[in-house]
Structure formats: structure tokens, C-alpha cells
Write a protein of this length. Sequence first.
Length: 368
Amino acid sequence: MSVAIVGNGVAQNSRTDKVQTYVMENPYPVEKIVPPTGTKVKNVILMIGDGMSLMHVYSAWTANRGKLYLENCEATGLSKTYCANKLVTDSGAGGTAMAIGQKTNYHSVGVDVNGNPQPSLIKLAKQKGMSAGVAVTCRLWDATPADFCCHNTDRDNEDEIIADYVNCEADYVVGGGAKKFENRKDGRNIFKELEQKGYQVARSWEECKNLKSGKIFAVTDSVDTPLPAERGDRLAQSSLKGIELLNQNPNGFFMMIEGSQLDDYGHFNDLDLLMQETHDFDRTVGKILEWAAKDGETLVVVTADHETGGLTLIDGDKDKGEIKCKFSTTGHSGVMVPVYAFGPGAELFTGIYENTDIFHKIKSLLNL
């Protein structure tokens, strides 16, 4: 795909600023999920739609005939996503703010502005005796999973980031990126090192889903997981599998789930794949909310790290599931992003606040 830099420095391609039409041929039903009435927060599940803005949500809502599982969340807020040294952030700094509770520099993962590693919610949960996990649809050297599990001043140091997973204390990790775990320039086999750390290493989703207990590190694909239409409900399955395993700990758990490839299709200005990925994420949200409603002691927070693509909904027809949209950039934009919350503690997530506050609210609710 051709990408050019125009006079204002904004990356564009052949699709930028062109009207695209998407019609959702097979809308999915959305059930009403009633939030639990209790106040105890034993578990927290943080769900990140990478690059997902209100415009992505409203476009997906329109395409699905005016229904989304996200609307079951009883609390809504707005998060300010700028990072320490740039107004428009990336997933490294944007995710790190939620992972460690500090603004950091553009492209940093899991470190403060001085490059010092900081404990993430994964680490803090483990220190308290809780379980912790991560489930994503991207390669594990990508920024968001690295924000919670690794530490580096530059997200592009991919081999170093993968090696850092050996020191990650998460009990359950699922994603792609197998090609950087072995046959490395440094001669290390990260899979073998993870096994030495007590992990059961799964190389496919089929292998992973048959494991019943213990620490699991599943790298199911060479790079990213397949397109939404090819992988089916893998994100929902891997998330629920993680919850099943982590919930065996009577002390509770923290889990981060990412709908990773919304960001990619925003960068590509591909409305069709963007909507497929957004709807997959929303259906995953639905499965998680259903589980949390039955559990009664789990807070679910759904948000984004930034907006991607400068998406604008310019027309459509809710009854036909049709949307007409434009993208203004192949990069990120600087808008605030929505925060949705469901379950005990949800009321704390209303209002307008810094992305770092998401960390501090979760940390306080779990007494980390």
C-alpha cells in the first residue's frame, strides 16, 4: 500500500480522505447484562481496544443496527492520552500510563521518563499473592502487551522485549510472535527459558486450551494472529480460558485483554477490517461482562490507549447497518478516548481524567 508524507507531515495513503462504505450483512444480537449489586472488588479485567475512539464505537454501533455489548457498562468516562514528550501518543506510552501509573516518553514500554523500569499492575498483583494474565491478538513484542510485562525505552527493540518476558511474572500469557522467541541472533531460545521458569509453553491455541492448570505461556502464531474472519472468536476463547485459570487463585486476579488489530486497520485506513475487528472486540466484551455479572466480584474496565486513523463517520443508515466513513491520517490522532466500567467500583470511572488515573483507580480498588 502506498503511503506518502504530505505538506503538513501527516502520513496518508490512497484511502486517506476517501469515503468508504461498509455494510454489516450479519449483525449479531446483543443481550442485556445486568451489573452485579455487590461492592467487593476481588478481580479486575482491563480491556484495551487499541486505537479505539468514540467514533470507532459509534460506527460499530451503527453497523450492528444500533446495538453493542459495550452499552451494558453502567459507567462511562473520558481519558486524556497525551504522553510525557508528545501530545499525540503511541501504544507504548499510552499503554504504559495505564500499566504503571506514570506518563512516559513516546515509544517507551514499562519504564518512567528516565528509562527506569516500574512495576506494572501485573507485578503489583503478583506481589500481593494474586494471579495475573495477558491475552492479545498481536505479536507479543508489540507495545501493549510489552507495557504490562516488559521494560524498554524503545518499543522497536523487539528482540530485547521478547527476552524480557522471561522475567515477567504473569501466570497466563497468550499472543503471537513465535519467530522472535527462537532462532535468534543471540542464540537464546526464549521458549526453553520460559519452561525453565515453570511455564507450560503452548505453540498453538488447540494445545493451550487443553491445559487445565499451572503457568501457561502460549505463542500461537509466527507474528500476529489471523484476520478476524479466519481466527473466529479466538480472543474471547483465550480470554475466558485465562479467566478460568486465574480464577483458581482464592486471592483474585488482574488480567489485561487487548483487541490489538483495531490499531492496524486504522493505520491501513481499512474500514471493512476495522469494523470486523471492533465487532470482535465488542463480542469479547460481551463474554467478559457475562462472566463478571455471574461472578459478582469482578470489575471490568474497557478503554483505549489512543485513537488511530482519524476516523470520521459522515453518513449511514442504522436500520440497514450501513456506515460511510473517512480517515484523515494513517497515524494516531490526539482525541480523548472513552472509558467504560462494569461491576463493583465502576462508579469511580466517570468523568474526565488522565490515562494514568486508570492505573491508580485499579490499584486502589485491589489494595495493591
